[in-house]
Design a protein around this ligand. Structure first.
Ligand code: SAM
Length: 228
């Protein structure tokens, strides 16, 4: 399977069964135990990133690009803290849900700005570019291209998360829980941290802060890289 196929499959998945599944996981309604574990793990990842950004004490002064924003789990709290947020996702269903949630939570439509867009088609310049739990859908070579493109959009910082290859065995055992049922056609790719760091460095970025979220069914390595 080539990377273009991956993109089409991922897009179709997040506009159909994946949308229903992830909207529930990224919500607060009733879910099964595995989904609850993934929900809690993902919330920890979001909270880690929010805590890093808040610690810098400049949210109201910066622009943030949230690439692959999903239902807005990160974009909405960032906008609530007055960052200027540009949120986009390849799935129009996810963007539609994010817009609804933003309006409900924030009571306005101006910030975040939402768009349906493949992250590799994004242009512009942002203080910080963030891409959480998206690279898992792409093989290393494609992920490299994506990281390079995201790096080119950032003025000073890129924050990425990915499923690290070190936990390959435990993840592979549980992979059916990541993508159960018909959506099993969607692959989950693991990435070696050295490969991710290498491509960030090639683009002039160096890792500043790092964290690891690990629950039973959810694994996410988070790297913040800044321009030298
Ligand atoms: N970043 C969000 C979060 O952490 O809450 C959502 C994570 S969800 C597992 C992955 C998201 O990436 C989906 O909403 C999917 O549609 C989006 N996505 C996948 N490939 C993409 C691409 N090439 N460009 C933009 N978004 C993409």
């Amino acid at each position: 399977m080539n990377a273009t196929d991956d993109k089409t499959i991922v897009k179709n998945y997040f506009n159909s069964t994946g949308f229903d599944r992830w909207r529930r996981i990224y919500g607060d309604g009733e879910v099964n135990k595995i989904q609850l574990d993934i929900r809690n793990g993902h919330q920890q990842t979001v909270d880690t990133v929010l805590s890093w950004l808040k610690a810098d004490n400049n949210l109201a002064e910066i622009s943030i690009c949230d690439a692959g924003c999903g239902v807005g789990s990160l974009s909405i709290p960032l906008a609530a803290d007055n960052a200027k947020v540009y949120a986009s996702d390849i799935s129009d269903k996810m963007v539609g849900e994010a817009k609804d949630r933003a309006l409900e939570t924030l009571g306005q439509k101006e910030n975040p700005t939402f768009a349906v867009q493949d992250l590799e088609a994004l242009s512009g310049s942002y203080h910080t570019v963030i891409c959480l739990d998206v690279l898992i859908h792409y093989p290393q070579e494609k992920a490299d291209e994506m990281i390079s493109h995201l790096s080119s959009l950032a003025q000073s910082r890129v924050i990425l998360s990915f499923a690290p290859k070190t936990f390959a065995l435990s993840i592979l055992k549980k992979i059916g829980s990541f993508f159960p049922g018909p959506s099993k056609a969607t692959r989950a790719y693991l990435h070696r941290e050295v490969d991710v760091v290498k491509i960030l460095e090639k683009n002039g970025y160096f890792v500043e802060r790092q964290s690891m979220t690990r629950t039973r069914f959810y694994f996410s390595r988070i790297l913040e890289a800044t321009r030298k």
